[in-house]
Unconditional design. Structure first.
Length: 210
């Protein structure tokens, strides 16, 4: 499943481009999905799968994730960021008393909240929803390793649907670049290609099987 350029992704008319302005876009991935009928939205896909787009992960991915969570418990990677984190290293330092925010949801406008199909903070596996629109979703995870966000979008073309998966990584300290360098080979070579193949399998079962 191809990794694409940031420029291709940023040409799409998505809210995330302005919403996460200033947060580094780490990488973007896509998978093309067959189009047998028009008008399917990301929200339709999520409803058809009960939000489990990545449920069809192979054993090697599940094993890597179990290892990651074990190491996270061992080294306390999944704890909240330390109080020594500088304000500018988190989502938007202007939004909270004391100058530090620990959620991108603080950036939501009243219009964003009105459009969202899910409340900010709703659990999505290990992530929390920031917003969910008809064809775009943003979820986040903040801990001692990073303040990360994952953007999913579904775009219809004349011959197919294209699913986009973009990863944003904000620093929470010196651990962030070290941690990302450690996990990047596994993410890029194994985890994300496998997860996106699972999206295609899930699409075939949940959408094309209807």
């Amino acid at each position: 499943m191809p990794q694409i350029s940031a420029q291709e992704f940023e040409r799409l008319p998505l809210r995330v481009h302005t919403f996460l302005a200033g947060v580094p876009l780490h990488d973007v991935w896509t998978v093309d999905l067959p189009r047998t009928r028009g008008g399917i939205t990301l929200a339709d896909f999520l409803r058809a799968t009960n939000g489990q787009l990545f449920a069809q992960s192979p054993p090697i991915v599940r094993a890597l994730l179990r290892l990651r969570f074990f190491l996270g418990r061992l080294f306390r990677w999944d704890d909240a960021p330390p109080s020594s984190v500088r304000p500018q290293q988190l989502a938007d330092p202007s939004k909270t008393p004391g100058g530090r925010s620990q959620t991108f949801a603080d950036r939501l406008t009243p219009e964003d909240r009105g459009k969202s199909l899910a409340p900010a903070g709703e659990r999505e596996g290990v992530f929390r929803v920031v917003y969910r629109f008809e064809n775009e979703q943003l979820v986040e995870l903040v801990n001692r390793t990073a303040h990360a966000a994952a953007s999913s979008a579904l775009v219809e073309t004349p011959t197919a649907y294209r699913f986009y998966f973009a990863v944003y990584v904000g620093s929470v300290g010196t651990l962030t670049p070290l941690y990302m360098a450690l996990i990047d080979p596994f993410r890029k070579l194994v985890v994300y290609p496998s997860l996106l193949r699972g999206v295609r399998t899930t699409w075939d079962r949940a959408i094309e099987g209807q």
